[in-house]
Design a protein around this ligand. Sequence first.
Ligand code: SAH
Ligand code: SF4
Length: 362
Amino acid sequence: MKDDKINLLGLDRAALEKLFAKIGEQKYRAAQFMKGLYHHYESDFDDYTNFSKLLRSKMQQFSTLEVPQVVSEKKSKDGTIKWLLQMKEGNAIETVYIPEKKRGTLCISSQIGCSLNCSFCATGAQGFNRHLTTAEIIGQVWVAAKELGQSSKNRKITNVVLMGMGEPLANYARVLPALKIMLDDYGFGLASRRVTVSTSGMVPYIYQLKDDIDVSLAVSLHAPMDLLRNKLVPLNKKYNIETLLKACKDYVKDKRKAKITFEYTLIKGVNDKPEHARALIKILAKTPCKINLIPFNPFPGNDYQRSLPESVELFQNICEKSRIVTTVRKTRGDDINAACGQLAGEFHDRTRRSNTIKMRVS
Ligand code: SAH
Ligand code: SF4
């Protein structure tokens, strides 16, 4: 039955090597197959003409090759592109490509919904729907690279950030193989520092990630003291700021030049005062890091407001005085609803909280 077959999109090199070994084939077939899939976007077994007909039919007996379908593509005035993608598992996923002068960043999702319920986050407000599969996670990169006409000579996607919908470390088992394919030369060949996992602070998985793979880490901090962070990021009650910062320091300890990016969503009157900025630079003083300030994007049903531009500027100035590089995230693609807090991935809601889900990306 088709449904019992393994989708080869989403298997990392080691898993593919195992599969080929099982059918009596050499290891190098895995690399050959990955090249076809991730460099030439071959999505039909018949495209793999360097495999014999017999081998292709053998593979089809136990596996499928299913790539996400593009439901729609929207392009913003500023060049930002948003795709709505569909896999057979159901629910549509949105992926956003943000071109800049020297780089192109793809923002992808790891879950539909999220159970961590941060009080400023539209995804959290919707509750958890389901984990994305590895095929759906890497499929977002596959579709974007194909649609952009990416080749080894013309690299459109230079960076991938897991800052779309969901908490990537809560879906660790499916995210890890996707990260491996992003870094693999036979996959997307991205440099370690250009693949960023963003987490709200799942401490045990920060250590696990450090052991398993070399990627950049962004941590959603949003507050410099526990009482306030407990309110914004409820996960803080389990892993408090001290524990989290220790994990961050350990994460970059033996990595040359590596820095943690601390994300800080600025909410008017809640966490955007000069005393918050001063407390923030104090607690970050011993961690190699940069700060990324994100003016809050309002969404229906939430009472928080975006910080005033002058508060954002003052906050940034205070941080920079401490010599921590501090950037303010620009709003991109808001004319196509692709900015932070504006994405609306349609999905069938199992929690019955809503018929659409709002998703924000960086
Ligand atoms: N779960 C992960 C990754 C997804 S959230 C995490 O929490 O890090 C990615 C970023 O989007 C987070 O840093 C979060 O602060 C930000 N974000 C969420 N909702 C937002 C909103 N309404 N306005 C601005 N940024 C938001
Ligand atoms: Fe989940 Fe991240 Fe949103 Fe928190 S900010 S609810 S962890 S997606």
